[in-house]
Structure formats: structure tokens, C-alpha cells
Design a protein around this ligand. Structure first.
Ligand code: 13P
Length: 288
């Protein structure tokens, strides 16, 4: 079965200097599109589920119950991890219980010692169950949990302490932002990334806010230790634009063009294309 944790994926990505794409689910159409993209490009892939998406889609259990049979139904053979994105402690435990193969504990809004302590507890739990664990130090900029923050930068010493407790992936702010990047965004802080990679003994690093970052910056970030890149906004924008075009052309008024499977299919094709382009750029194609 293609359903696995992200542990081996990100180690291979770090060693061979590419990045695994993490694509956020928003509804059933996203599951289909991303699974097809990964299979077609023979890429390992991580499907991310935020707490709010979990609520929208009927809870973590419903999502596991949908993704696992979907993998079989589409005869997917490439490795796929199902990852709880930005969970608080209770959400992470819930996702683990529901059968997620990977989790992110986002303790970045907690005092650092508490973040560290809770992360240590989760290292033990995840290790026993063979689940991969991502933790976050400092907040990543942009709109996260409904709060808008500027592109933050992580404290290297906190990265070192959190990165070396046995977690599988570390998310640290290097000027990246969730959501759309403003026109005056100064870019990623590569010196800081280099320092974090070294000080954490090359723990696989995660770049959140992977939408709209120029290709040359992403390539440089991967070369310096980014092993997982999270993408959501760009897919949602592509989906919305494709469906908007379909409706603006009046296609929903022709025959059974109102059928939701037909009406949403341009959106599915659009995000499949975005995901495949990202996999190409991240260098994960053929690495499954
Ligand atoms: P974007 O929505 O900016 O692509 O970020 C996605 C993300 O980092 C999810 O954790």
C-alpha cells in the first residue's frame, strides 16, 4: 500500500537534495487531483490537512476513511503520507488516533519551553506508532489560523534545541509567509536557512507558504536543506480561476454542464497541473 509516513521521504529528499511536495486538501476534488499528479510524475507526496479543513471535511477520521480507499481506487503506487498540518496538541492526538501517518505539532504560539516539552512528548508517541512528526519554532508569517503576521525569522538556538529531540521535520520561519506574498516582500533569508540547517545537524527542514515563491529562490532553499515545501494558496487560486472561467463562458447553462462533476473538473485539472509543475520544480519527479 502506498500509504506511509513521511519519515523516509524527507530523509531521501535531504540526502538527494530535492523537496517533497506537501499539498493541502480542501475538499474531495483535491484528493483526486493530487493523487493523480503524484502517480503521473512518480513523486512521493504529502497530503496536508489543516485543523479547519478537518472540521469542514467531517473530522480527521472521515479524511483517513476517504484518502486510504481513494489510494486503492486509483491504483496509486507512489508513497503518500497523510499529514495533519498546524495541529495543536489535542488535534495532533486526534489525528494520530484517527490513523494519520504524519502530524505537525504547531506549538509556535506557546512559550518556547512549553513548545519543546509538548514536542518531546509527541516524539515518544509518534516513534512508537511509526508516525512522522513535524514541529514549528516561531511563527511563520502571513495568515495562519486567521491571524496575519509579517514574515518572521526563527531563533537558531531554539531551532537547535527543538530540532535535536528526535523530530522528523522542523518548520522555521526564514521570511516565508502563508498566503499571497506582498509586492514588497524582501525574499527568503538564505544565511539564516544555512545556519539553521547546520545547527540542527541537517534535520529535514520545511518551507511553509510555498505558493508564489520564485523558482530560483526555491531551488536555492532546497540546495540549503529544505526537504518539504507546503503549497495551498496557489492551488486554491488556480482552482477558483478555472471554475470561474467555465462559469463565465456560460458552460454551466449548456446541457448538463451544471453537473458538479463536470463544473468542477476544470478546477481538478488546474490543481493537478499546478501540483505537477511544483513536483518538477522541487525535483521530486521520478523519486518514488
Ligand atoms: P500557502 O497557502 O501560502 O501555499 O502555504 C501553505 C502552507 O504552508 C500550509 O501549511
Amino acid at each position: 500500500m502506498a500509504y506511509v509516513s513521511a519519515t523516509d521521504m524527507v530523509i531521501d529528499a535531504r540526502n538527494r537534495k530535492y523537496a517533497v511536495g506537501h499539498f493541502n486538501l480542501n475538499n474531495m476534488e483535491f484528493i483526486r487531483a493530487f493523487l493523480l499528479a503524484a502517480q503521473e510524475t512518480q513523486s512521493p507526496m504529502i497530503l496536508g490537512v489543516s485543523g479547519s479543513t478537518a472540521k469542514y471535511m467531517g473530522g480527521y477520521r472521515s479524511i483517513v476513511g476517504m484518502v486510504k480507499p481513494f489510494i486503492d481506487h486509483l491504483a496509486i503506487t507512489v508513497p503518500v503520507a497523510l499529514h495533519a498540518d498546524h495541529g495543536n496538541f489535542a488535534q495532533v492526538l486526534d489525528a494520530i488516533d484517527a490513523g494519520f501517518s504524519s502530524v505537525m505539532f504547531d506549538g509556535s504560539s506557546l512559550p518556547f519551553e512549553e513548545n519543546l516539552h509538548k514536542s518531546e512528548q509527541l516524539v515518544e508517541i509518534c516513534r512508537k506508532k511509526g508516525i512522522s512528526l513535524e514541529c514549528e519554532v516561531n511563527g511563520i508569517g502571513g495568515e495562519e489560523h486567521g491571524v496575519v503576521k509579517v514574515g518572521g525569522t526563527a531563533d537558531p538556538e531554539q531551532c537547535r534545541r527543538l530540532g535535536l529531540i528526535g523530530i522528523n521535520m522542523l518548520a522555521a520561519g526564514i521570511g516565508n509567509i502563508h498566503g499571497k506574498y506582498p509586492a514588497d516582500w524582501p525574499g527568503l533569508h538564505f544565511d539564516l536557512l544555512e545556519e539553521i540547517a547546520r545547527i540542527t545537524d541537517y534535520t529535514p527542514l520545511v518551507l511553509h507558504g510555498g505558493s508564489q515563491i520564485p523558482a530560483n529562490m526555491l531551488r536555492r532553499a532546497i540546495a540549503l536543506g529544505i526537504s518539504k515545501i507546503n503549497v495551498n494558496t496557489e492551488c486554491q487560486m488556480a482552482f477558483a480561476a478555472a471554475v470561474r472561467e467555465y462559469i463565465e463562458q456560460g458552460k454551466d447553462r449548456i446541457g448538463t454542464g451544471y453537473s458538479l462533476q463536470t463544473l468542477l473538473s476544470p478546477g481538478v485539472e488546474a490543481i493537478q497541473r499546478v501540483a505537477m509543475d511544483k513536483m518538477m520544480l522541487f525535483g521530486s519527479v521520478g523519486k518514488a
